[in-house]
Write a protein that binds this ligand. Structure first.
Ligand SMILES: [Fe+2]
Ligand SMILES: [Fe+2]
Length: 280
């Protein structure tokens, strides 16, 4: 088979399925379309961009189940792991993060058309991982807590960083995988311990698997961040801290997961500066 002949139609169909999956609002439709995307990716095409979607110039927002109420973060409330409801709310909140992560990865794959085909394949692959994470948590919510995604109010500001970085692949890679997903690496060990302590070892096992896979997502963010910096003649370490300042990334409390961050490609200099400054 001559790859040159088949590259464009395959790319077009990958992009079209990814677009449909992004726009699917119900859990069942989203999972079905992401399965179609995973099946299409198995043939491992190296896509040429089809660019028929005009995604790069458009504003996209995630689609949600109609039952989901999006509220300001202050109204989400503290989840107390000592109560059944508190644990269900925590699992729901993480499922909501994974739901967004599906959209973030699809958007990265479709939006930054100047990036190589491997960039698109990598982020479509991440979207498939995120779908598996979401599906595990949604399933656990059903089996253990008789609840579904959409049953509790959820954080309404999670797409803000995607909007702010939709013009700039360097900023997107720096601030979504290397800040938002990297914070997940920091906070997940304590959640795993809390869930075990409060009698939900199955949820703890889900989060342990998610943590393992998220290291690779942040690593991919690091890899493509550095590639994009090189293409634009930017110093990756200096520019990362400039971006944190420009985008007013807030201080976060709690320790960093240094081992996971090292595995995800943070340099010693970056980790030292992050520890000193308390940013990220
Ligand atoms: Fe995830
Ligand atoms: Fe992720």
């Amino acid at each position: 088979m001559n790859p040159a002949i088949h590259a464009e139609p395959l790319a077009a169909s990958l992009e079209n399925i990814a677009c449909e999956a992004f726009e699917a609002a119900t859990v069942a439709d989203k999972l079905e379309l992401m399965k179609r995307l995973a099946d299409a990716l198995v043939s491992k095409p190296m896509p040429q961009r089809a660019s028929s979607l005009a995604w790069a110039d458009s504003v996209r927002r995630p689609a949600y189940p109609s039952s989901l109420a999006l509220v300001s973060p202050q109204k989400v409330g503290r989840r107390r792991l000592g109560s059944t409801r508190g644990r269900a709310e925590l699992i729901h909140a993480i499922a909501h993060i994974e739901w967004h992560a599906i959209h973030l990865a699809l958007d990265a794959a479709l939006r930054f058309e100047a990036m190589p085909g491997q960039f698109m394949l990598d982020w479509l692959g991440v979207a498939i991982d995120e779908t598996r994470h979401f599906a595990m948590l949604d399933q656990h919510l059903k089996l253990r807590y008789q609840a579904s995604y959409g049953d509790f109010p959820a954080h309404g500001g999670m797409w803000d960083m995607a909007r702010q970085t939709e013009h700039d692949v360097v900023a997107r890679m720096a601030l979504v995988p290397r800040v938002l997903e990297a914070r997940g690496l920091d906070v997940t060990p304590a959640m795993i311990a809390g869930l075990k302590q409060h009698g939900d070892p199955d949820a703890a096992a889900c989060l342990a698997l998610i943590l393992e896979e998220e290291v690779r997502h942040v690593w991919l963010g690091t890899y493509w961040y550095r590639q994009a910096c090189t293409l634009q003649g930017l110093d990756p370490e200096a520019h990362f801290f400039d971006l944190l300042k420009t985008y007013h990334m807030s201080r976060s409390r709690g320790p960093m997961n240094l081992l996971a961050r090292q595995q995800a490609g943070f340099s010693a200099l970056e980790l030292d500066r992050l520890s000193l400054q308390g940013f990220n």
